[in-house]
Ligand binder design. Structure first.
Ligand SMILES: Nc1ncnc2c1ncn2[C@@H]1O[C@H](COP(=O)(O)OP(=O)(O)OP(=O)(O)O)[C@@H](O)[C@H]1O
Ligand SMILES: [Mg+2]
Length: 505
């Protein structure tokens, strides 16, 4: 960016009732003391920021003559584009103009801040301005405009493991994000690690408390003996049950047949006592002999049938009874009691065996917890390593940048960090020295030269070219042509104020 001053007009600004200054590449203001030389740069900074050239509030209302209003306007050229800015003060009230258009203070300020940073502009314009700033602000400005070394360059200077790790990680995240991610990770994993440790501890304690007293092999051996005994008894019980079921079925069949026999017996008296009728049931006439014989034959036939049937049931039952006689009911209640006793003996064994099973599960949980603990620790250490690497990176980056800053100055030495006694993080500091002397110790001309060198570095690094005003230039014999338009003021005894655009001094 290139900022040029073209024309400045002052109306009732301090001692100047009316003054127009035209600027060239080199503008020389001459005049005796108190002729109003220093008032000219003040008019510019007042117009832009309402301040004097060192950044203090300024009321330019004339005190030696009457005036209704104060007005300053400046025709600037920024990157080839003209801009006319004006500030007016009427009865203590400020008014603003952008290209002659009355504007609000906010609009006016916006136009300025969009163009250039106030501190940068004032530092470039007035070689003394930078030194009035607080050291942290000075340091920030220098570092802001001196670009940081490339990551790659810093990685090379780090221990290999750190450099490799970071160069891999920055492919995905910025250094700032990495720092946030791993700072959070570290906190999280720290907590997780503590939790994992206590889980392992609890599980191990459980493991100790639940340890079975009898070894699994002897439990198994004892149990299998009992199981074998039970099996043998159960096979006796099973075969008895088979035989007993035949016995039971015979017995129930006999009982059923007994019932049938009883029912048959009940039918007998009625048949036996049945009378042979000798008259017709309907007409009551006496039956002939043949008919009577037929009725008698019928009855004896039914008696024969009954007897045959009855005897058959009785015989069937008797046969079954004979069969039952050779069968024997086997009593296995003793064996059953024995089985129950044996099962009761197995129960504590099985409880102890299940403890072994639980133990296996617990052991698995313990090794899982230990694994988890190990993994958490690994990731935790990884995050710690990354954070340490970032810290070292930042220190190295600052160191390289400090070297770069130093390299930009010819006659000034810049200190950006405190002298370190420990290997702690570098502590920011800021000092500008010339031949081992701080700015405040410099003579007037030394101070101006130091200021000019500094504002030139700022101009080169920020790539903003702006005019510079060297006041009291008679006090320096020679100085390097600065970047941008040069405006100098000199005291010339007995001379009225004169502004000359001068290519040669
Ligand atoms: N508000 C004001 N109204 C009128 N005159 C003022 C006002 N403020 C300052 N002055 C006077 O303006 C005159 C010019 O001051 P200025 O600082 O510009 O002079 P100079 O040419 O830079 O002098 P020197 O060579 O001593 O640096 C001085 O006499 C000063 O007292
Ligand atoms: Mg002066």
């Amino acid at each position: 960016m290139q900022i040029k001053f073209k024309e400045l007009t002052l109306n009732n600004f301090k001692s100047h009732q009316e003054l127009t200054v035209n600027f060239g590449e080199r503008t020389v203001i001459t005049g005796d003391n108190a002729k109003g030389k220093s008032t000219i740069p003040q008019a510019i900074t007042w117009l832009l920021y309402g301040m004097d050239a060192l950044g203090s509030k300024l009321d330019p209302t004339p005190i030696t003559y009457e005036a209704d209003q104060t007005m300053v306007s400046l025709l600037l050229n920024v990157d080839g584009k003209d801009l006319l800015l004006g500030r007016e003060l009427v009865k203590g009230k400020a008014k603003y103009y952008i290209n002659e258009v009355p504007s609000k203070a906010t609009e006016f300020n916006e136009v300025l801040t969009e163009m250039f940073d106030k501190d940068l502009f004032l530092s470039l314009f007035n070689p003394n301005y930078f030194f009035t700033l607080n050291w942290t602000k000075q340091r920030k400005m220098i570092l802001q405009y001196v670009s940081a070394p490339a990551n790659k360059q810093v990685f090379k200077e780090l221990p290999e493991a750190q450099g490799n790790k970071l160069s891999e990680l920055v492919k995905k995240h910025s250094m700032k994000n990495l720092k946030e991610i791993h700072r959070e990770n570290k906190n999280k994993l720290n907590k997780q690690y503590i939790a994992a440790q206590s889980r392992t501890k609890t599980l191990k304690e459980q493991l100790e408390n639940n340890a079975p007293t009898v070894p699994l092999e002897s439990l198994n051996a004892e149990d299998s003996i009992l199981k074998k005994e039970i099996q043998e008894l159960e096979s006796v019980i099973d075969s008895a049950a088979e035989k007993n079921s035949e016995f039971n079925s015979l017995q129930s069949q006999i009982l059923a047949l007994n019932d049938q026999i009883e029912m048959s017996k009940e039918r007998w008296p009625k048949l036996r006592d049945e009378k042979i009728e000798d008259t017709c049931r309907t007409c009551k006439r006496p039956l002939d002999e043949e008919s009577i014989q037929a009725v008698e034959d019928d009855k004896s036939k039914r008696v024969d049938e009954y007897k045959a049937q009855h005897n058959e049931i009785v015989n069937k039952r008797n046969t079954l009874k004979e069969k039952l006689k050779v069968l024997e009911y086997i009593d296995v209640s003793e064996q059953r009691t024995k089985v129950r006793e044996l099962e009761a003996k197995r129960s504590p064994l099985q409880q102890e065996m299940s403890k072994h099973k639980q133990l296996e599960g617990l052991q698995e949980q313990v090794s899982e917890a230990e694994n988890n603990e190990k993994h958490t620790l690994l990731s935790l250490n990884e995050s710690i390593f990354i954070l340490d690497s970032i810290k070292d990176f930042e220190a190295k980056e600052a160191e390289l940048q400090a070297e770069k800053v130093k390299g930009l100055f010819e006659n000034l030495s810049i200190k950006l960090f405190k002298e370190l006694k420990t290997s702690d993080e570098p502590q920011p500091d800021f000092e500008i020295e010339k031949d081992g002397k701080g700015y405040k110790k410099l003579s007037l001309s030394e101070g101006i030269r130091a200021g000019l060198e500094l504002r030139n570095v700022l101009s080169e690094q920020s790539e903003v070219i702006a005019p510079v005003f060297v006041d009291n230039a008679e006090s320096i014999t020679k100085f390097k042509e600065p970047n941008g338009q040069l405006i100098i003021s000199r005291v010339v005894a007995g001379k009225e104020l004169e502004v000359k655009v001068d290519e040669q001094d």
